[in-house]
Design a protein around this ligand. Structure first.
Ligand code: 5GP
Length: 199
């Protein structure tokens, strides 16, 4: 049964999922430029910071011990070990406060995060968007061209990808991200957000 607290939540959480290389992060980056009025909550991760990243932009970079303390203290709405390597978790307070205030919240997570969130956030406050590409072989090319990646790492990504594709049908919307047409993809996501926030 939903608590009164959940019944009163007015905002909407838009969760973007999709296989590695589908362009989720690029879509989100562009959306952030076009819509600074939306809320983009932070996640914590134990993966190393990449070049060009800053703590507090998209992630809080935690040591493993700090993350595990966060798990014990119930700081995460969900958390998962992604690609068999590092912890990732959505900081609960950012999401719940935003939903209570009626904000439009947008965040990407992996498929494990998607499952946990669906079990925790009422349907009326949640919209899920699956970003995909016309041809799955494109994904491998994109991942390999993006950064130097070991064959072991590539194997892990391919494995996650199979599970992720199978879950597209569980999402509310499916958006194809065609190579070179990022603007159109972002437009489709914007249209979904607009129509869902009007409901
Ligand atoms: P990256 O390390 O490339 O930024 O992200 C790796 C994967 O972790 C992506 O599939 C991304 O969607 C996912 N991810 C990012 N933040 C979270 C989170 O808070 N929770 C979960 N479950 N996955 C996340």
């Amino acid at each position: 049964m939903l608590s009164l607290h959940c019944i009163l939540m007015k905002g909407k959480l838009f969760i973007i999922v999709g296989p590695s290389g589908s362009g989720k992060s690029s879509v989100l980056l562009e959306l952030k430029k076009r819509h600074p009025e939306f809320t983009y909550p932070l996640s914590a991760t134990t993966r190393p910071m990449r070049e060009g990243e800053k703590d507090g932009d998209i992630y809080r970079f935690y040591a493993k011990e700090r993350f595990e303390d966060g798990i014990k203290n119930n700081e995460f709405l969900e958390y998962a070990v992604v690609h068999h390597d590092h912890y990732y978790g959505l900081i609960k307070s950012h999401i719940m406060e935003g939903l209570e205030k009626g904000e439009t919240i947008v965040r990407e997570v992996d498929i494990q995060g998607f499952d946990s969130i669906r079990a925790k956030i009422p349907k009326k406050n949640l919209v899920t968007i699956f970003i995909t590409v016309p041809n799955p072989s494109e994904l491998i090319e994109r991942i390999v061209s993006r950064a130097a990646i070991s064959s072991d790492e590539l194997g892990k990504r391919k494995e996650s990808m199979k599970h992720e594709f199978a879950r597209a049908r569980d999402c509310d919307y499916l958006v194809e991200n065609i190579q070179g047409e990022l603007n159109k993809t972002v437009q489709k996501v914007e249209d979904i957000i607009k129509s869902e926030t009007r409901k």
